[in-house]
Design a binder for this molecule. Structure first.
Ligand SMILES: NC(=O)C1=CN([C@@H]2O[C@H](COP(=O)(O)OP(=O)(O)OC[C@H]3O[C@@H](n4cnc5c(N)ncnc54)[C@H](O)[C@@H]3O)[C@@H](O)[C@H]2O)C=CC1
Ligand SMILES: O=C(CO)COP(=O)(O)O
Length: 327
């Protein structure tokens, strides 16, 4: 039996702990919230972020990150903007960090695998991403993900550690592509939510998904991602999932904005993370600096910062001159 550490006790960290435990591992999960640590250790539940689900008995929780030191593999599942500070407080070690968060670091504009490599140069770094609503994974429903690792041996080891019939792991060495898909789709899901909130119809949503995917592809290719990764589970797959369901926090945020509520009010109401709200400004900024055409992302960033209303953002998108579809 191997020991797996999980860094972050939100919905996704908890669901991944369940995956790791079902695959036969002993799991130690680090959570910030004492209620989460106590809930897991005394009742086998995460009452705050994944309520109502009985967790595997092989999952234990701790409030001390250093207690995860004995685990060779860590699933890192903090919100993207907090990953740096959490990893800074982690003991150095020769381990594998499997990054499962979706976002771009706002202050540096860097992808998370770059940040993790900078902070833990002695560790292997991999990315796990895909269309994965936490509650479905925790319930053992069939799910497929992309695992990106630049080293074949550590990729194979992770597949052995976590893979199972209901958690299928496809692999690649394109960490950049896997991360960009997950980060960009959250911003596009906010846009799809706005479309839903304003009652603009399903044609408009499909158009947004397809043109949003064109933006994701432009950005990804400019950053060295491979087209097939962007068209795979971690890109297009996750985009379709997140843009089609109110189970998505990003989609719901957009829907609330589309219905006329302010982004600030909607964000202050929640304890859970809608990553797209943090990714949109930095993504729009990089796209503008690098001359990458991303009008939907720019519209979401403008909506979130309050410099455009939903009606103005829509008007701007609809009045763009027609162009060849391939561009
Ligand atoms: N929930 C889901 O279905 C999925 C989530 N993800 C990604 O996983 C990452 C974590 O999301 P969830 O587990 O859903 O979180 P969540 O929304 O369920 O919970 C919020 C998390 O943020 C943490 N947090 C709040 N303030 C913090 C701080 N100052 N420092 C460190 N941590 C802090 C909380 O401890 C908690 O773990 C995100 O990047 C998300 O995009 C990826 C796939 C699926
Ligand atoms: O990333 C997710 C599904 O793959 C979860 O999406 P939300 O963060 O929008 O809920």
């Amino acid at each position: 039996m191997s020991r797996v550490g999980v860094v972050g006790g939100g919905a996704w960290g908890t669901a991944l702990a369940q995956v790791a435990a079902s695959a036969g591992n002993e799991v130690l999960l680090w959570a910030r919230e004492p209620e989460v640590v106590e809930g897991i250790n005394t009742g086998g539940t995460n009452p705050i972020f994944l309520p109502g689900r009985q967790l595997h008995p092989a999952i234990r929780a701790t409030d001390q990150l250093s207690n995860l030191d004995g685990a060779e593999h860590w699933l890192v599942v903090t919100p993207a903007q907090h990953m740096r500070s959490v990893l800074e407080s982690a003991p150095a070690g020769d381990r594998t960090l499997i990054l499962c968060s979706k976002g771009i670091e706002e202050r540096s504009g860097r992808l998370l695998h770059d940040v993790a490599r900078e902070l833990h140069p002695q560790s292997h770094v991999a990315v796990l991403s895909g269309p994965t609503f936490a509650h479905e994974v925790a319930d053992g429903l069939p799910t497929a993900v992309t695992l990106a690792a630049d080293d074949e041996v550590s990729g194979e080891r992770i597949r052995q550690l976590l893979g199972q019939p209901t958690f299928r792991i496809y692999h690649t060495d394109d960490l950049t592509g896997a991360e960009i898909g997950g980060a960009v789709k959250n911003v596009l899901a906010i846009a799809c939510g706005v479309v839903d909130g304003r009652g603009l119809g399903q044609n408009a949503r499909a158009a947004l998904i397809a043109r949003g995917f064109a933006e994701m592809t432009r950005f990804g290719l400019a950053r060295g991602a491979r087209r097939e990764t962007l068209a795979g589970l971690s890109g297009l797959g996750d985009l379709v999932l997140t843009c089609s369901s109110t189970n998505s926090r990003n989609f719901s945020l957009g829907k609330g904005i589309g219905e006329g509520r302010s982004a600030a009010e909607l964000m202050s109401d929640r304890r859970t993370v809608a990553e797209g709200a943090f990714t949109a400004p930095v993504l729009a900024r990089i796209a503008e600096q690098e001359g990458i055409d991303m009008p939907i992302v720019a519209a979401v960033a403008a909506l979130l910062e309050g410099s455009a209303t939903a009606a103005q953002a829509l008007e701007q998108l609809l009045s763009r001159p027609p162009r060849p579809e391939a561009h």
